[in-house]
Design a protein around this ligand. Structure first.
Ligand SMILES: O=C(O)[C@H](O)[C@@H](O)[C@H](O)[C@H](O)COP(=O)(O)O
Length: 266
């Protein structure tokens, strides 16, 4: 039985007894958003991260979702991607292709991987161009507040240091306001070269889910979710604040083990 905390600013916290319960809940959440988005604007525009998220999404490849989800209407992007060949073991595209999209009937023309033949800077520029083209052709909606693309769902993991996508603590890209996609060449988590959505794009999404498991992330989850006072450093995960969209945290009990338990209820 998941425990929920719904806070005044629309954030939702879903804490699960174990990874299997989280996987079931996450698959249902994504399938429901897919159905609602396709009903609303004829597509489901989703951005993935790398890491354990892909395994945790695995139930989407099983019944009933493999048949009930309208996979042909999905447009798939990456909120961050390593600047390596798409066939490389470090590629988030390869991770998602092997773990998910080779098992479900997505249109490969809707799977938007990076140009893996250029520099990180050029790959970020190219990726932003593809997103801009899909905004122009109205496949992707635009935020009512700024001109940022409004993804239907951005799926994030979180590192033990509180990074999300490839937005790492104390990095200058955290404050990028203009580009939709930027790049780093000094990632503390290997490999060093990555492209990443900036926070304006993440926070313009209609829905953002941060999916975190394991006790090694409990301190970061506490600092990202709980009221830790004004003088503590703001972790990147705490900067995920959708301007109009909804934020849902998917945690297992280990990752939630340091949360201020007084403020969530069943
Ligand atoms: O490309 C990446 O490395 C990821 O996008 C990264 O942001 C990941 O989501 C976190 O590091 C959590 O990874 P785990 O869930 O595997 O710990």
């Amino acid at each position: 039985m998941a425990l929920y905390r719904v806070e005044k600013d629309g954030r939702e916290l879903r804490i699960h007894e174990n990874a299997d319960e989280l996987r079931s809940n996450l698959a249902e959440y994504i399938a429901d958003l897919s159905e609602a988005s396709i009903k609303e604007h004829g597509a489901f525009v989703v951005a993935l991260s790398g890491g354990s998220l892909i395994t945790l999404m695995g139930k989407l490849c099983e019944a009933p979702y493999i048949k009930t989800v309208d996979w042909a209407k999905w447009h798939i992007f990456w909120a961050d991607e390593r600047v390596v060949a798409k066939s490389h073991a470090d590629s988030n595209y390869k991770l998602a292709k092997d773990g998910l999209f080779s098992k479900v009937p997505v249109f490969y023309s809707h799977v938007h991987s990076i140009n893996d033949t250029v520099s990180a800077e050029q790959a970020a520029e190219d990726y932003e161009f593809v997103i801009r083209q899909l905004v122009r052709t109205r496949v992707i909606n635009v935020s009512e507040i700024n001109d940022c693309p409004k993804f239907d769902l951005v799926l994030l993991g979180m590192g033990p240091d509180g990074h999300v996508a490839s937005l790492f603590p104390n990095h200058s890209v955290l404050s990028e306001k203009l580009p939709w996609v930027t790049f780093i060449t000094d990632s503390p988590k290997p490999p060093p070269e990555r492209i990443t959505f900036t926070f304006p794009v993440i926070n313009s999404a209609s829905n953002v889910a941060v999916v975190v498991t394991g006790g090694g992330k409990a301190e970061a989850a506490h600092q990202a979710i709980d009221d830790i006072g004004p003088d503590r450093p703001e972790l990147p995960a705490r900067m995920v604040k959708p301007t109009q969209g909804k934020l849902v945290w998917f945690l297992d009990t280990a990752a939630a083990s340091k949360l201020d338990s007084a403020s969530f209820w069943e």
